[in-house]
Design a protein around this ligand. Structure first.
Ligand code: GAP
Length: 441
C-alpha cells in the first residue's frame, strides 16, 4: 500500500464507518473543520480519558481546570500572541489566492496559476470576535489559540484554593482555534482542534530534571495508545524555530502517511508566562515557599498534545489490510484500551429465539466489565466480523447451539474471535470475560 493511498483509505474509512466527517458537509463544508462521528467521538474520549488518568487523576501533584475559551484579550497581549502569533502569508497577484510562504517550494511563483506572488506579510492566526452587543475594537475578544492561556491565568486560583507544593502541574483538555492559512492533511492541520496540555511548575533549578521526566512520560503515553515505538521521533528544535516563549523545545514527530511531522511538543517556557501576566495584570504571581519563606516565579515545563493529530496517528498506525485471494480484509488494530467498542456479541442465527436470549444474557454479563459491548445480528457471521474489524473491535463472541448444550461438554462455552489474527477459540463465558477485562485494563 503506498502512502497517499493509505491516507485516502483512512479518510474513506473514517467517513464510511462514522469516525470523522468533513465539517458542515451538507452545505459544502467549511475548510479546516471536522466533526467526530459516533465511533470517532468515543475513540477521542477514550484517548482523552487515558491521558487524564495517566497525567492528572493518578498523580498527587496534578490538578485540572476547564477554563473559558473566550478570555480577556489582555491575556493574549501579555502572552505575545497579539503581536507575534503569525505565519508568513503571500498572495498571488494574478489569481489572488493566498498561501503560507514557508509551505511553498518557490515563494515567488503561485503553485495554482504560476502568477507572481507578492511580498510575504505576517498574518495573525487568532480568530477575532466580539463580546457583547458592541462591535467596535473595545469589544474584541479572541478564540484561544492554545489552551495554555487558561492554565496560566488560573495558576493563582489553584494555588490559593489548594495550596499545592512545588513542583506541581495543571492539566486541561479543550478546544483551541487557529486561523491557519492553509489547513491540510485531514485533521492534521485544522482551524478548530483539541489540545491536552500541562503546565508543570517547578523551581528554576529543577527544570532540566522535570523536562527529562516529561519527555519519558510522553513516550509512555505513545506506547499506551498503541503507537509503534519506531514511528515516534524526537526533534530538538533550533532556537530560531522555537516559539517566542520557549527556551527549549522537543517536537515529538510521527511518521504520517504524508511524511514525518509534528505530533506533540515539549517546551521549557521558563518564567515567561507568569512574569508577563504578573506584569500586565499587576497581580502578584510569585510562589511563596512555606519552608524557606522565599518568594519566586516558578518556571514551567509544558507537554502539549494535539488530540486530533493523535487520532490521525492512531488511525494511520492501526490501519491494516490482509489480502486473502480475491478478498481484502481491512481492520483497525486499535489498542483495546482505546477501541470504541470492546467486544461484539452475536447469536449465530437471529431467527432462533433461544440463541438470541442466551446471547442477550452473555452481552449483559460482559457489560458488567465495560458498557461498550456491541450487539450485531445482521447478515452472516462473516459480514458481522468484517464490520467490527473496520472499527477496531478487538473481540467478537458468537453464541451457537453448543452454548445451549447441544454438545453437552460445550454447554456455556462460546467462540471468541480475535480481530488481528482472525483466529477463534472455544472458551467458557467466564474465561471470555477475563480476556476482555485483562485486555482493557
Ligand atoms: N501551548 C503550546 C502550543 O500550543 P503548539 O506546538 O503550537 O504549542 C501544540 O501546539 C500541539 O497542538 C501541536 O503539537 C499539535 O499536536 C497541536 N496543533 C497545533 N496546531 C494545530 C492545528 N492547526 N491542527 C491540529 N492540531 C494542531
Amino acid at each position: 500500500m503506498n502512502e497517499s493511498n493509505l491516507m485516502e483509505k483512512i479518510v474513506s474509512l473514517a467517513k464510511r464507518r462514522g469516525f470523522v466527517f468533513p465539517g458542515s458537509e451538507i452545505y459544502g463544508g467549511l475548510a479546516g473543520t471536522f466533526d467526530y462521528g459516533p465511533y470517532g467521538v468515543v475513540l477521542k474520549e477514550n484517548v482523552e480519558r487515558l491521558w487524564l488518568s495517566m497525567f492528572r487523576d493518578s498523580r498527587d501533584d496534578m490538578y485540572g481546570v476547564d477554563a473559558a475559551i473566550l478570555m480577556n484579550p489582555k491575556i493574549w497581549e501579555a502572552s505575545g500572541h497579539v503581536a507575534g502569533f503569525a505565519d508568513p502569508l503571500v498572495e498571488c497577484e494574478k489569481c489572488k489566492r493566498r498561501f503560507r510562504a514557508d509551505h511553498l517550494d518557490d515563494a515567488t511563483k503561485c503553485p495554482e496559476c504560476a502568477g507572481a506572488l507578492g511580498e510575504a506579510r505576517q498574518f495573525n492566526m487568532m480568530f477575532k470576535t466580539h463580546s457583547g452587543a458592541m462591535e467596535d475594537d473595545s469589544a474584541t475578544v479572541y478564540l484561544r489559540p492554545e489552551t495554555a492561556g487558561g492554565i496560566f491565568t488560573n495558576y493563582k486560583n489553584v494555588v490559593d484554593a489548594l495550596h499545592p507544593k512545588l513542583p506541581f502541574g495543571i492539566a486541561q483538555v479543550g478546544k483551541a482555534f487557529r486561523n491557519e492559512i492553509a489547513p491540510r492533511d485531514f485533521v492534521f492541520r485544522s482551524r478548530e482542534f483539541s489540545q491536552m496540555e500541562i503546565e508543570y511548575f517547578v523551581p528554576s533549578g529543577e527544570w532540566e530534571q522535570a523536562f527529562e521526566e516529561w519527555r519519558k512520560m510522553m513516550h509512555l503515553f505513545a506506547t499506551a495508545i498503541g503507537l509503534p515505538h519506531d514511528s515516534v521521533h524526537e526533534l530538538e528544535v533550533e532556537a530560531k524555530d522555537r516559539a517566542h516563549y520557549s527556551k527549549r523545545t522537543i517536537d515529538f514527530e510521527f511518521d504520517y502517511p504524508f511524511g514525518r511531522k509534528e505530533l506533540w511538543g515539549l517546551a521549557y517556557r521558563g518564567d515567561f508566562d507568569l512574569s508577563a501576566h504578573a506584569q500586565a495584570s499587576s497581580i502578584e504571581l510569585a510562589y511563596l515557599d512555606e519552608e524557606s519563606k522565599e518568594k519566586f516565579i516558578p518556571h514551567v515545563i509544558e507537554p502539549s498534545f494535539g488530540v486530533d493529530r493523535t487520532i490521525l496517528a492512531i488511525l494511520a498506525s492501526a490501519y491494516k489490510e490482509d489480502v486473502m485471494g480475491e478478498e481484502t480484509r481491512a481492520y483497525l488494530a486499535l489498542a483495546p484500551k482505546i477501541a470504541p467498542v470492546k467486544a461484539m456479541v452475536s447469536p449465530l442465527l437471529k431467527n432462533k429465539p433461544e440463541l438470541v436470549e442466551k446471547a442477550r444474557e452473555v452481552r449483559a454479563e460482559l457489560q458488567k466489565i465495560h458498557p461498550a459491548i456491541a450487539w450485531d445480528d445482521n447478515g452472516n457471521i462473516g459480514k458481522r466480523y468484517r464490520r467490527q474489524d473496520e472499527i477496531g473491535t478487538p473481540f467478537c463472541i458468537t453464541i451457537d447451539f453448543d452454548t445451549l448444550g447441544e454438545t453437552p461438554d460445550l454447554k456455556d462455552t462460546v467462540t471468541l474471535r480475535h480481530r488481528d489474527s482472525g483466529t477463534q477459540e472455544r472458551l467458557s463465558i467466564a474465561e471470555v470475560a477475563e480476556r476482555i477485562r485483562s485486555a482493557i485494563q
